[in-house]
Design a protein around this ligand. Structure first.
Ligand SMILES: CC(C)(COP(=O)(O)OP(=O)(O)OC[C@H]1O[C@@H](n2cnc3c(N)ncnc32)[C@H](O)[C@@H]1OP(=O)(O)O)[C@@H](O)C(=O)NCCC(=O)NCCS
Length: 332
């Protein structure tokens, strides 16, 4: 079977920079609190209403195609990972395909939150290995800023998230040294309500009421301490499982590209894996948590900054709402 590989990456973030001090003008928080607890200094928000994740994904896909040395018209499948789709239905992948002029190209939306990129990578890898598709645009894209509660009651979540999109073109490996070596993903729905948005919900009749708005069920709700505990346990656990299965040691890893949820979580994970700080990518200080976009955005930037290059062994790990988590080992 042909091994798959990440052939090129691209990313895009909106131009509106929102600093911690900007947020402190809207609700009771401070730059010091946010930086100390999360490492975030600023994040990006869409400039105006009407810009969805599929819009942010367009330049990200174009950049990824350019870096992969292909035309956008060569893309033969889209996977769109997002927890903030443009609309409830149809999926953002359909909107993206239309915006890219890819009529007829299949578009699969997946809903695996912060682990979405790794879930998508497992699907893209399987498609390419079995010969079904050859140029998969695997996109992570989020617009969080339209769904945050910018009041004192929502401040624990509102400070964390930012908007952005990134794309990896996954196709057959060009040589034996390159490729997606492994992807392992998990879920445990017993933690589903530790980080979720309750409404609108198909489970309720009607799906949305004034009462739901008044009692704040329409905003993301998070048990931060529980998420922190799970993330710092599951990310090193799954990363170790992938390393062991591939007879790889931490010393072989050129770069750890973790999901960017909280700098403290990632420092903890690196410490548990005994990875030196210079081998860990952090860009949360500039973008906050961009959920499904965060890993490809961090990897795309690392390549752009020549921190990662062809032939490097990259370990990726994620944890997020669901709960979902996973890790992957990729030779660029
Ligand atoms: C969210 C998180 C930073 C909060 O840090 P924490 O140390 O657990 O803080 P706590 O929730 O105990 O809150 C401490 C205090 O700060 C307050 N606080 C919460 N958000 C605040 C904010 N944005 N600004 C200022 N104070 C805030 C709380 O109300 C609380 O006040 P109290 O002691 O008077 O009750 C942390 O739990 C975390 O990062 N969790 C993981 C979240 C995550 O990664 N989510 C995405 C997963 S993909």
């Amino acid at each position: 079977m042909t091994r798959s590989a990440i052939l090129g990456l691209g990313h895009y973030v909106p131009s509106k920079v929102v600093t911690n001090d900007d947020l402190a003008k809207m609700f009771d928080t401070s730059d010091e609190w946010i930086q100390q607890r999360t490492g975030i200094k600023e994040r990006r928000y869409i400039e105006e209403s009407g810009i969805g994740p599929s819009d942010l994904a367009v330049p990200a896909v174009k950049m990824a195609c350019e870096n992969a040395g292909i035309e956008v018209s060569d893309v033969d499948a889209i996977i769109f990972a997002t927890l903030s789709p443009d609309f409830t239905f149809p999926g953002s992948g359909c909107f993206l395909g239309d915006k890219l002029g890819l009529a007829g190209v299949p578009a699969l939306d997946i809903r695996n939150q912060c682990s979405g990129f790794l879930y998508g990578l497992q699907i893209a890898d399987a498609w390419v290995r079995c010969g079904m598709y050859e140029r998969v645009a695997l996109v992570g894209g989020e617009v969080h800023s339209t769904g945050l509660d910018f009041t004192d009651e929502g401040r624990d979540v509102a400070v964390l998230f930012g908007d952005g999109a990134a794309c990896a073109i996954v196709g057959p490996a060009e040589n034996d040294d390159q490729g997606v070596l492994d992807v392992e993903v998990h879920a445990d729905g017993s933690g589903a309500k530790e980080l979720w948005i309750e409404a609108p919900a198909s489970a309720y009749m009607p799906r949305i009421t004034h009462e739901m708005i008044d009692n704040r069920s329409v905003w993301p709700a998070m048990n931060g301490k529980q998420v922190f505990r799970w993330a710092t346990t599951k990310m090193p656990e799954v990363a170790r499982a992938v390393l062991e299965r591939n007879e790889t040691t931490v010393a072989d890893i050129d770069l750890l590209v973790p999901h960017q949820a909280n700098r403290r979580i990632n420092e903890f994970v690196a410490q548990k894996l005994e990875l030196p700080p210079e081998k860990v990518v952090h860009n949360i200080q500039r973008y906050g948590n961009t959920t499904a976009a965060s890993i490809p955005l961090a990897l795309s930037e690392a390549i752009q900054q020549e921190r990662a290059k062809k032939g490097d062994l990259i370990l990726m790990a994620a944890f997020g709402s669901g709960f979902t988590w996973g890790a992957s080992l990729v030779r660029l």
